[in-house]
Design a protein around this ligand. Sequence first.
Ligand code: HEM
Length: 446
Amino acid sequence: MTLATPPGDRSGYGLVIKNILTGQRFDGLAFARYNSDTYGAFTFTKFGPVRFYQVADPDLAHEILVKRTDEFHKGIIKEVLQPFLGDGLLTSEGDFWKRQRKLAQPAFHARRIASYAGVMVEYTRRLLNGWRDGETRWIDREMMKLTLGIVSKTLFDADVSAEADRVGELMNSILDATNERLTAVIRLPEYIPTPRRMQVKRITAELDAIIQRIVDERRRAGEDKGDLLSMLLTALDDDGSGMSDKQLRDELMTLFLAGHETTANTLIWALVLLAQHPAALTALHAEIESVLGSRDATFEDLPNLPYSEQVIKETLRLFPTAPGVSRSPTHDLELGGYTVPKDAFMQISIYAMHHSSRYWQEPEAFRPERFAPEAEKLIPHYAYLPFGGGPRICIGNQFAMMEARLALITLVQHADLSLDPAHPPVAEQMFTLRPRGGVKMVVRKR
Ligand code: HEM
């Protein structure tokens, strides 16, 4: 028998009310876990006008992302990001998305990515050179600057060092606004110019100008550098026409945003976890010492540095920096024995799956060894999804893994970073999974 809806909080408000009564902000991460721990791996919540389906079940995630892709569209994430990103890879769908993905894919092939390793290490070294022994740094800002610099240089051969702080600030405001839209209980029609929407418009215009400068410079130079920007600039449609300025702008903006924020947060959480788990840091130092000594890491070294990969993978389990992916059915459908209506707001909660004792032993413990080759084979298929899955899997997943590993190795090789134990960082879901209020760390040069 097909049941109407999955179990869940219908009282109306559950955790939301609790948050309001205790004066706390709505906590998306706690909400995701509460749902999964209290009601199970597929839940339906109703609060006010919001109807929300949460999937924290590997088999259903596989069904949605791989087996039945045609029956789902990208849902709310598209709605909230489109005013800013337009129709880039993250937000577009159907044949248009397919064509753009095919165009961009070569820039992310393994051989091509290998050639980015030098920039990744060099930019991390440069960042370290700017740090003084004994000083306290806002590590979140430092990591954002680093990953923005790397993505701009590798994909667009553009130097944004002069604008990096400003771009970071602008992106942050956009993410704040996006988060507000995601969690808003009542959403006003798009044509109403709220102060927030006006602000997003101004910020978008400023970012557009920076992107336009990058494109204009390349067009003026008229050179094919073989990077992603050149690929996009020289791409031709079947009818022989090139990509419009608007399309180009949308793809660049998407890669700017998708290509730096999540990786920066991964590095932040890895540094925090290592500062909190000295045994893991010692093991990482030992690996680096035996393979590299004091020389810089290269792409070729990575297979000999497996623990660095385990650290990043376990970081992404505990702190999946993209904590969920949204989808909505294209028609009323049956899923896991329940009915889900067309266009319903659904999220595959990567965070809830990664923290569930259904799939992990002692899920709250930081144990990079879970990802040692033999142990990794025991992880249930699709219970670990930091980069999503199926045809819409993150195009930058290998890029991000390599960047996170090379940057982390270089950072711990040359600096000891410690936290103020009185102020442990707290994770919050702000569209991505970030440390609330940032993270300060004390730098000791090694
Ligand atoms: C640790 C870092 C990263 C994480 C956790 C992450 C996570 C994700 C996830 C979960 C998706 C799937 C979204 C969905 O199915 O709705 C995605 C898509 C995407 N990511 Fe990443 N990402 C990371 C780094 C990067 C990097 C470095 C780039 C580019 C340089 C990138 C570019 C993209 C793009 C363009 C998409 C859309 C792909 C498509 O739909 O065809 N990401 N990412």
